[in-house]
Design a protein around this ligand. Structure first.
Ligand code: PMP
Length: 437
């Protein structure tokens, strides 16, 4: 059965599709952290909609919220017109933010995807500052729309597309394992901060007045790379001192994934603009930007789009957010992430193809390396995309769905639903270990 569906799909679908090529599965049912294919084979889903499914598939609170919505006479689509549900959603979201941010914050509902909210964030800071260039980071990922893609620090989608938005300056992300300065450790983030500050203060660099800086607190698609809290604080200081709006892209990290409700909370900083999507729609499409009211100088209609503020997604998202807060999901995620990394670090001692195990909360990455190649100046083996693909396939054969990411497609990315249990993580680690051996 699975094969029949996959064959018919492969005849009709675009060449641009990626996951179905690598993960040949036709999904019939899903529950919690499991998906079942057309032949009844069950898989652990550690892709979880690329981090969207915070509560896993079809969580009862999400399903109930959707059912209640359908059984009521509440509207399913209202453009930007307000509804009691929208008010409730915004109240809950603002009550979840640090007080210092929420008290001066404004919200703009965006189109259904994270990419659209990134577009809005960029337009917002350009309008507010009158400036045009954006500081972005090597390895960052912000979406597939034209501007969001232009800001992304990976070649992937951009390679064959001409005429990207100009004036994006890519800065070195504090990726200690592959340190852009060739030193590694603590020095990576210190040098990154110093380099950025120096460029901003050098009139000859041509980037003295950017419209904004954008980054992820943990680079997701870039290979599950957490930025140290000291670096995050430095970026906040550097941007604050120069009046550069700081946009934090929490499309993937938001709502508990890293062990805090919002990842910027690890560093005790406040962004000027926060971008949220994925989990806030409780598995349905929704995205928002929340920003300091001092930036709110754009005019009515400055960012529009038919499917902003999907009511059903607000219902599902509200239920998700409440559950996450009521059950201290971020606190559990912190412990579970550590548990998973402990397993993976043990495995690293046992095999020579794992170069690095890293992450924050349940955003965990394992960098696959080629131990037959020469060591680099940091004493690390190079990335090994072919082996990463093979491991992904071996995992898949054993019933474990993992994403492969990172700048050289060599990072096995673990993004399980946040409701995963310790026992399930033990099993996931066991299957991964088998696949690696
Ligand atoms: N920003 C980040 C950090 C993301 O991880 C993603 C999606 N993986 C996006 C933006 C884009 O979101 P979407 O795919 O919904 O446009």
């Amino acid at each position: 059965q699975n094969t029949r569906y996959l064959e018919s799909q492969s005849q009709r679908e675009s060449n641009a599709r990626s996951y179905p090529r690598r993960l040949p599965i036709a999904i019939q049912e899903a529950e919690g952290i499991y998906v079942k294919d057309m032949d009844g084979k069950v898989y652990y889903d550690c892709l979880a909609g690329a981090g969207t499914l915070a509560l896993g598939h079809n969580h009862p609170v999400v399903v109930d919220a959707i059912k209640q919505m359908l059984d009521s006479k509440r509207p399913l689509h209202t453009l930007d017109l307000t509804t009691p549900l929208k008010e409730q959603f915004v109240d809950e979201l603002f009550a979840s933010l640090p007080e210092e941010f929420a008290k001066n914050a404004r919200i703009q509902f965006c189109g259904p995807t994270g990419g659209d909210a990134i577009e809005a964030a960029i337009k917002l800071v350009k309008t507010a500052t009158g400036n045009r260039s954006i500081l972005s980071f090597q390895g960052g990922y912000h979406g597939s729309t034209h501007a969001a893609m232009s800001l992304s620090g990976t070649l992937g989608q951009k390679e064959k597309v001409n005429g990207l938005i100009p004036d994006v300056h890519f800065m070195p992300y504090p990726y200690a394992y592959r340190c852009p300065f060739g030193v590694g450790g603590e020095q990576t983030h210190e040098l990154s901060s110093r380099y950025i500050e120096n460029l901003l203060d050098d009139p000859e660099s041509g980037i003295v007045s950017p419209a904004g800086m954008i980054f992820e607190v943990v680079q997701g698609e870039g290979g599950s790379i957490p930025a140290p809290v000291e670096w995050l604080r430095e970026m906040r200081r550097i941007t604050q001192e120069r009046n550069i709006p700081l946009i934090i892209d929490e499309v993937q990290t938001g709502l508990g994934r890293t062990g805090k409700l919002f990842a910027f909370e690890h560093a005790g900083i406040i962004p000027d603009v926060l971008v949220l999507s994925k989990a806030i729609g409780g598995s349905l499409p929704l995205s928002v930007v929340i920003y300091n009211s001092k930036l709110d100088v754009w005019k009515p209609g400055a960012h529009i789009g038919t499917f902003r503020g999907n009511q059903m997604a607000m219902a599902a998202g509200l239920a998700t957010l409440k559950f996450i807060k009521e059950h201290d999901v971020p606190g559990n995620v912190e412990k579970l992430g550590q548990h998973l990394r402990n397993h993976l670090n043990e495995l690293k001692l046992d095999v020579n193809c794992i170069g690095d195990v890293r992450g924050r909360g349940l955003m965990v990455g394992v960098e696959i390396v080629n131990a037959k190649a020469a060591l680099d100046q940091l004493g690390h083996y190079p990335q090994y995309p072919e082996l990463a693909r093979r491991i992904q396939q071996e995992c898949f054969n054993r019933g474990l769905i993992l994403e492969v990411g990172g700048r050289h497609s060599s990072v096995m990315r673990f993004l399980p639903p946040l409701i995963v249990t310790q026992q399930q993580l033990d099993e996931i680690a066991r299957l991964f270990s088998e696949a690696v051996h």
